[in-house]
Design a binder for this molecule. Structure first.
Ligand code: SPV
Ligand code: MG
Length: 290
């Protein structure tokens, strides 16, 4: 059974799957150990890892390399954030082949123009593609996938662009007609009202995915009450948690003039050895090194 099938089955069984952002194999290992259902190969997180803005500056090759490395160290299904599909429908066809081969179980493609600007960037330029052109990208993606369970998730940025619920609903219906498996509806409003209202108004022809980055109070019980939502993506929590931890430790080391205090408050080197799979290598050494 493919991981894409597993993800679909889990959505059907649980009603809601929890997908954590991963920007590296190590963050993917930690997400799997914590109990998430899937991984989000986030463009925002990978851009931040490179110290860059999430504005189509990271190449498809860089994203694919990281996705392959993540797939090699985690058994969870991966939802790949492929932004605008790297160009037009022809670029999208190429991208779908590459991402499926690299080990993704799903892609999210958004209806912005290339190059995109991060949805949450204050005052960010948010230009949408013509709806018909984006339908072409969705049809191309659906037509290209080899595993029929591979999920094509169409993300509309109509609310992000300030075009309102009616436009968002119109676009979501058009993308469902084009063959999308799910709609990702995103909002940068500081409360979940836009998302709750959209989800109530949605015709339910295909399920919804949400990314509660700007409105964190939308907890799992409240999401479950929105009957159309089947996937929640925790979109930037991996990189933010890492930055919090590193800022704290690095500042303390400078302030304290050494690592004597921080040492006991961070994980041991043995814990890193465990995450690196060192025990398995030890047993391989004793078996095969002669
Ligand atoms: C990402 O994590 O790259 C996303 C989610 O696309 S957001 O940054 O909120 O747009
Ligand atoms: Mg993104």
């Amino acid at each position: 059974m493919s991981k894409a099938r597993q993800l679909r089955d889990r959505m059907a069984e649980q009603g809601l799957v929890h997908v954590m952002a991963a920007h590296s194999p190590l963050s993917a290992i930690l997400a799997e150990e914590a109990g998430f259902d899937g991984l989000w190969a986030s463009g925002f997180e990978l851009s931040a890892l490179y110290g860059l803005a999430d504005m189509s500056l990271i190449s498809m090759t860089q994203h694919l390399d990281m996705l392959r490395a993540i797939a090699g160290r985690s058994s969870l299904p991966i939802v790949a954030d492929i932004d605008t599909g790297y160009g037009n429908a022809i670029n999208t066809i190429h991208a779908i082949g590459e991402y499926e081969r690299a080990g993704a179980s799903a892609v999210v493609i958004e209806d912005k123009t290339f190059p995109k600007v991060s949805s949450l960037a204050p005052g960010g330029r948010q230009e949408l593609l013509r709806m018909e052109e984006f339908q072409g990208k969705i049809e191309a993606a659906v037509n290209t996938r080899r595993d029929p369970d591979f999920l094509v998730i169409a993300r509309t940025e109509a609310l992000i662009a300030g075009l309102g619920e009616e436009e968002a609903l119109k676009r979501a219906s058009a993308y469902a007609e084009a063959g999308a498996d799910m709609i990702l509806i995103h909002s940068k409003k500081k409360d979940p009202s836009e998302i709750e209202s959209f989800s109530r108004a949605w015709n339910g022809s295909i399920p919804l995915t949400i990314v509660p980055n700007a409105y964190p109070e939308l907890s799992a019980p409240r999401i479950r009450a929105l009957s159309n939502v089947r996937m929640v993506i925790y979109g930037n929590y991996g990189i933010r948690a890492s930055v919090t931890a590193m800022q704290d430790a690095f500042r303390r080391i400078v302030r304290d003039g050494g690592v004597q205090n921080v040492h006991a408050d961070i994980v041991s080197v043995d814990e890193i050895f465990r995450l690196q799979g060192t025990a398995a290598i030890k047993s391989q050494e004793s078996r095969f090194l002669r």
